[in-house]
Write a protein that binds this ligand. Sequence first.
Ligand SMILES: [Zn+2]
Length: 295
Amino acid sequence: MMRPAAMAPEPALLHAACPVCDAAQDRVLLCLDFLAGVPAGMNLVRCRGCGTERIDPHPSPRCMADHYDDSYYQDGYLPFLARRRADFARRVLELERLAPVLHARRQGRPPRVLDVGAGVGLFVAEAQARGWQATGVEPSAAARRIAARTCSVDLASDWPSARQDLDLVTFWDVLGHVDDPRAALEQARRAVRPGGEVILKIPNFQSSWQRMLGWMSVRRRVNMLHVPTVIWRFHRHGARRLLDQCGFSLQGVRTVREPDLIPLTPRWRLVRRVTALLDAVTDNRQEMILHARAR
Ligand SMILES: [Zn+2]
């Protein structure tokens, strides 16, 4: 009797092509295994076709799930919950001015939004508090438990079944972390109604603050690049191109400064002030928020 073939185990590290242009050629910028906890042979590479950078190879989704455990949220979120929540409250107010949201208000119904990679549910909680019909999807069980406990928000573990009636899909600091950014944006396109929009917040790697973090990572051998959880490093034109390929037309980009969550030493406060000034003058602050409309 023949025995069924054993399932091959999923490799821990995966190679992937550039999600924007699929170009075959890359340039290795930096070998990353000098950083603690980073496997040998993991590189930061730049696509020769479009300039998008990525970690190669990157952890498989199953390995990545191990990074988003209780300690990830206990250490990175819970101490700063109030400040992060205030930040999301401001963002919800800003989104009230977007065309799809105004359209929903004119129709006398709540704006419908799905937050992808909702974390501990802060944005969903703030949107619900403003009367939005807000839901969130979050693959980490640890984050979902904390969301229920601290924000009284129930998050789904996976995308809801196909619907095309959402006004907005939001990705707050998420697109660089997902296994397949193109698939995520295509899913967002299927989920929004015609005229609905997607919101992306991603790091602005052209800013002097982000450049400083990269430089410090190399000089001090401290993992300020957030390897390996940040897989993809998009630049403005690459993000725009990917959005366009997934059925969205870019409506606007603005750069924003993140609030400081932890107290800084005097030297870092000075560095922070100087880089913030430079980035404000050149409108090149540390993060970018893009909004793009479904065609
Ligand atoms: Zn490329």
